[in-house]
Design a protein around this ligand. Structure first.
Ligand SMILES: Nc1ncnc2c1ncn2[C@@H]1O[C@H](COP(=O)(O)OP(=O)(O)OP(=O)(O)O)[C@@H](O)[C@H]1O
Length: 365
């Protein structure tokens, strides 16, 4: 904002110069430009929060943006929105979390702010994956609406998610991973759960094997699994529901291993009754016959008549993958629903809100 001559080279030079001094934030009118440092920078924490709250610090920062949203919400009595945009790996999700931390710190007190922050590990486990650009890439868009009471305290929140990348569940490029939760569950499930869900090692599942990538440098999936279950406890997802969630995650993995046997010379198939089919039907709570019916036959209604068409190998494989994607997407939606119930504002919704939009990056090469 202080540049005398505004041109692309001078803007870029200044961004680069500031970046080299670890000044990753620059102000351009009401817009904050954040350049991903890809390392820990000493710009966050209680001291900084205090300084921005007391206005003893005024250099460009996400805290300053969150602070003005909070102030304007209170003084003008108008709801505020913070829109975070940028390409994949730019730092949107981290920036959204930093803004949430500031709001939680200033508007906290009831304890609900801690629950709101704990939704991050859950949504990241089920909706983030390692891509070639970003080890923790959000594969969905998120809008979080944080509600404040008339006294300016956080009283609840509502999360909306958009466009989860379902195809990743069944197909994944070499060097990338599917959703973190698959690896976390296999690495961190305690023995009893492991036996109940008949869990194998990650490199034994067809869906996970195709990308030849099982771990992320510096990330302990078993430890992350414990963090996710802890976060689920905090947002009041019962132990029984958690077990059901993990049963569905395991069912999706095992679905990828369900194979078919050709039964005639027109390439029609039936499900092969072996460990994969048995495990899937047990975890889903249906019989193998029902699973076979769903995966190897198509039911149609023509002129009020029910017609059953046998599927070929390719069609049955596509149906199996579609079921895996639909199961996973429903599970993700269900989780968001449970989180929203736990954070529900309900009758406490008396004041205003600040929304943070973190919409996922576009891969431009
Ligand atoms: N302020 C920051 N300080 C330190 N590291 C950061 C910061 N912002 C981002 N990073 C690093 O960059 C990585 C990618 O950031 P992030 O996941 O927020 O990107 P994104 O824009 O949300 O990407 P996608 O669209 O793929 O989800 C983070 O995992 C973290 O390592």
């Amino acid at each position: 904002m202080q540049l005398s001559y505004l041109s692309e080279p001078s803007v870029l030079y200044n961004l680069q110069y500031r970046y080299s001094q670890d000044m990753i934030y620059t102000k351009a009118g009401p817009v904050l430009v954040a350049v991903n440092p890809f390392k820990k920078v000493a710009l966050y924490g209680n001291e900084y929060i205090k300084a921005y709250r007391n206005k003893t610090m005024d250099s460009p920062h996400v805290y300053a943006i969150a602070d003005s949203a909070l102030r304007e919400m209170k003084s003008d009595e108008v709801n505020q929105s913070i829109i975070i945009s940028g390409e994949s790996g730019a730092g949107k999700t981290e920036t959204a979390k930093i803004a949430m931390q500031y709001l939680a710190s200033l508007g906290g007190g009831s304890g609900i702010e801690y629950e709101i922050l704990q939704t991050n590990p859950i949504l990241e486990a089920f909706g983030n994956a390692k891509t070639l650009r970003n080890d923790n890439s959000s594969r969905f868009g998120k809008l979080i609406e944080i509600h404040f009471s008339t006294t300016g305290r956080i009283c609840g929140a509502m999360i909306q998610t958009f466009l989860l990348e379902k195809s990743r569940v069944v197909q994944c490029a070499v060097g990338e991973r599917s959703y973190h939760i698959f690896y976390q569950l296999c690495a961190g499930a305690p023995t009893t759960l492991r036996e109940k869900l008949n869990l194998k090692k990650v490199d034994e599942y067809k869906y996970l094997k195709q990308s030849c990538c099982y771990s992320i440098a510096g990330v302990d999936d078993a430890e992350m699994f414990r963090a996710v279950t802890e976060a689920m406890n905090i947002v009041h997802i019962s132990k029984e529901d958690q077990d059901n969630v993990f049963a569905m995650v395991s069912a999706v993995l095992w679905l990828g291993d369900v194979s078919f046997t050709i039964i005639d010379n027109e390439n029609h198939v039936e499900i092969t009754v072996e460990e994969a089919a048995e495990t899937v039907s047990r975890l889903l709570g249906c019989s193998i016959e029902d699973l076979n019916l769903v995966l190897s036959k198509r039911h149609m209604k023509v002129n009020n008549e029910n017609i059953v068409q046998k599927l070929t190998l390719t069609q049955a494989t596509d149906t199996r993958d579609a079921l895996a994607k639909a199961l996973y997407a429903s599970l993700f939606e269900w989780l968001v629903e449970q989180i929203n119930k736990s954070l529900s504002v309900g009758k406490r919704r008396t004041g205003r809100s600040i929304s943070i939009l973190d919409i996922y990056g576009f891969e431009s090469i």
